[in-house]
Design a protein around this ligand. Structure first.
Ligand SMILES: O=C(CO)[C@@H](O)[C@@H](O)COP(=O)(O)O
Length: 230
């Protein structure tokens, strides 16, 4: 894929964030990797969606050095590239501050699987990471945000749960490409809203039975698709 095609795909995925009302102003960002070229195309920092053009998308290498583009890459770039280096099967990453998913992140609560809508897309909880340690806060903050996520996935297959909420921050999602990572961000926000409303109606609403969770996830993703047996 040429840089121009890659930038166009990433541009369209970023515009879908706004179309799905997952961001306001300059919030959020989407990227996609070309693993053959070893580059990542990502939204420019501080640019409003309505002002953005495909040629504004910035291309960086996996060490976060700009290889093409006149604008500054998103301030979350190091988190995106950390995930691409750690999860070698993913092709796209999305970050938003969508309201309900961010509320669960600020409450430091993983989103429990309360129904089959959730179970169709994520087997088990949608994990909330641990908080950053003081050293991590004072370190390379964006890189350490990536570490928070990969630490939470040390025992978990990123393909079986392509969405996470970062404690005190907001969600990151991923997928086979930028478009699928945005799709997962939209699903996460809807699941987070359903879970919040469910627990508002009934604070003791039960987690779905494991057998039902398994059936729904298997139905959607095929045999042995959970617990990392992809
Ligand atoms: O979404 C939020 C809002 O804090 C940030 O992560 C986001 O705005 C990052 O800014 P840029 O991508 O650098 O424009």
């Amino acid at each position: 894929m040429s840089y121009k095609e890659l930038k166009r795909e990433v541009f369209e995925a970023n515009m879908e964030l706004q179309r799905r009302n997952l961001v306001i102003y300059t919030f959020g960002n989407v990227s996609q990797i070309d693993r053959d070229k070893g580059v990542v195309a990502i939204k420019p920092s501080g640019v409003a969606y309505e002002d953005m053009k495909p040629e504004d998308i910035v291309v960086v290498d996996l060490e976060n050095t700009v290889v093409e583009g006149s604008m500054r890459p998103s301030s979350d770039t190091k988190t995106h590239t950390h995930l691409y280096r750690a999860f070698d099967s993913i092709g796209g990453v999305t970050h938003t501050h969508s309201t309900y998913a961010t509320a669960w992140a600020q409450a430091r609560q993983s989103i429990p699987c309360l129904g089959t809508t959730h179970a169709d897309y994520v087997h088990g909880d949608i994990t909330c990471t641990r908080d950053l340690t003081d050293d991590q806060v004072n370190g390379d903050y964006e890189e350490e945000t990536g570490v928070q996520i990969t630490d939470a996935y040390a025992e978990r297959d990123p393909n079986a749960a392509p969405m996470v909420i970062v404690a005190g921050h907001a969600p990151f999602t991923w997928g086979k490409d930028a478009a699928q990572s945005v799709y997962h961000a939209a699903l996460l926000e809807e699941i987070a809203r359903m879970a919040y409303l469910t627990r508002t109606l009934d604070p003791h609403a039960a987690v779905l039975k494991q057998a039902v969770m398994d059936k729904h996830y298997l139905r959607k993703h095929g045999k042995n698709a959970y617990y990392g047996q992809s």
